[in-house]
Design a protein around this ligand. Structure first.
Ligand code: FPP
Length: 281
């Protein structure tokens, strides 16, 4: 007897998992050059509060609705083969928000891990929190640890969630570490170059950040990945985060591929000289 499940999977194109033939998303997908997709994408998921306000709902409902967009973005990114997807979920400045909002965001994060961890493992996604994790509530740290441990062997897309994160703090922590190590003699001051710094960022081991997207129409970087954005393309998308869809992501990727990336050189000439110690771009 023919096993139809095997038959269906064997005739399925990789794109069929993302969008049905004939759909708008499929047309967008087919506009993309699969060989020039960004390896590392980061997103500032902004606009949850305004989304809720426009519906006369409490702000936290906007965050809750934002989870759908997180799930869809992770799923599409993984299917497209992103190496890294970094999401800004909670900045160090977000502690200034009302206690109820902060507690809800932390609860949503734990809920997300509880619901999605199995999917992460099944789909070979690795989970990594970045930021001052040690300052979070023990129950949050426990959930994060569980997600890190459960996905430690996965080698598909790395999903980095920035929590209690700030780019300035990341660099401050790094400078402190460098001074301590140099003082203890474990690194020579002259060996502290761009490569050393990259190896000591919270994002160490990840490819350069190719594309930073901020939703909601705000045009700011808001203390996110300050070192890492050196040569990133930055794209501001008007959609409020809870409405951010696969279509928005595909459109952002098309816009990214339209841009000419020169990294300070000339497109016609890859260049031959990189000063020693400079980081990859
Ligand atoms: C910014 O919108 C969004 C945040 C501060 C939180 C983002 C969190 C989520 C999408 C849900 C939890 C995430 C994960 C990964 C489980 P805002 O509240 O500043 O919006 P506003 O500018 O319209 O007020």
């Amino acid at each position: 007897m023919v096993d139809f499940t095997i038959l269906v999977f064997s005739v399925m194109q990789p794109y069929d998992e993302i969008a049905q033939p004939g759909s708008r998303d499929r047309e967008l997908l087919e506009e993309l050059d699969p060989n020039r997709l960004p390896r590392h994408i980061a997103i500032i998921m902004d606009g949850n509060g305004r989304w809720a306000q426009a519906r006369n709902l409490p702000r936290v409902d906007g965050h809750r609705a934002g989870i759908r967009a997180v799930r869809e973005t992770v799923e599409t990114g993984a299917r497209l083969g992103f190496e890294v997807l970094t999401l800004y979920a909670f900045s160090t400045e977000n502690w200034k928000r009302p206690r109820h909002e902060v507690l809800t965001l932390m609860a949503l994060l734990k809920e997300f891990i509880n619901r999605e961890l199995e999917n992460f493992v099944e789909n070979n996604l690795r989970f990594r929190p970045i930021g001052r994790i040690e300052q979070l509530d023990p129950s949050v740290r426990k959930a994060l640890r569980r997600a890190v441990d459960a996905t430690a062997e996965c080698d598909g897309t790395l999903v980095q969630i920035a929590l209690n994160y700030s780019g300035r703090q990341e660099l401050t922590d790094l400078v402190r570490g460098a001074v301590n190590e140099a003082g203890a003699g474990s690194v020579a001051v002259d060996d502290i170059d761009e490569c050393w710094i990259e190896d000591h960022l919270t994002t160490h081991g990840t490819p350069p950040l190719d594309l930073l997207i901020r939703t909601s129409g705000e045009q700011r970087v808001s203390n996110f990945l300050l070192w890492q954005i050196a040569y990133s393309e930055i794209l501001f998308c008007p959609t409020l985060w809870p409405d951010f869809s696969r279509t928005d992501l595909l459109q952002a990727l098309i816009e990214y591929q339209r841009r000419e990336r020169r990294f300070g050189g000339l497109v016609s000439d890859g260049g031959v000289f990189a000063p020693p110690g400079t980081a990859k771009v």
